[in-house]
Write a protein of this length. Structure first.
Length: 149
């Protein structure tokens, strides 16, 4: 559907080229935050003791995304000497790449994150840990859609 936006990358795409593309990171930022916000809203609603519907919009922390990239052993997609911000951008670029390449849908991403969420997400530390695990598992699942070199 949107894979034409990847035409220039497909000519000579490498892990590093995809992971360091600033345009992909910008698109991926929206995909990551929307999918996590949806997953968290669904999780909180399903686990509400008062049966309230809970909608939330969340910006995923750069530290959560950077840690997930490291734990998924995918730092080779990031630029050399990448800091947390650079690694978060890499995660966002990778998510955008697989989304735009029609490998996964927004529903797929949201549902995968939702399946991995656990604990009391109203407690900031528990949410950070849960989100880190969810994004690590999402990245591990996405590896199959990314180039080998």
């Amino acid at each position: 559907m949107y894979d034409f936006l990847l035409k220039d990358l497909k000519k000579d795409f490498t892990r590093k080229k995809i992971g360091t593309d600033k345009g992909l990171a910008k698109i991926g930022d929206g995909v990551v935050n929307l999918s996590y916000s949806l997953a968290k809203s669904i999780y909180l609603t399903q686990n509400s003791k008062t049966n309230n519907i809970i909608r939330t919009g969340v910006k995923v922390s750069k530290n959560v995304l950077a840690e997930a990239l490291k734990l998924a052993n995918m730092k080779e997609f990031a630029k050399n000497r990448a800091d947390a911000h650079d690694m978060a951008d890499t995660v966002e670029a990778l998510v955008a790449f697989v989304y735009l390449n029609n490998s996964v849908s927004m529903n797929d991403i949201t549902n995968h994150l939702l399946e991995e969420l656990s604990g009391n997400l109203m407690n900031r530390q528990e949410e950070i840990e849960s989100a880190r695990k969810a994004f690590t598992r999402l990245l591990n699942k996405m590896k199959q859609y990314l180039p080998l070199n």
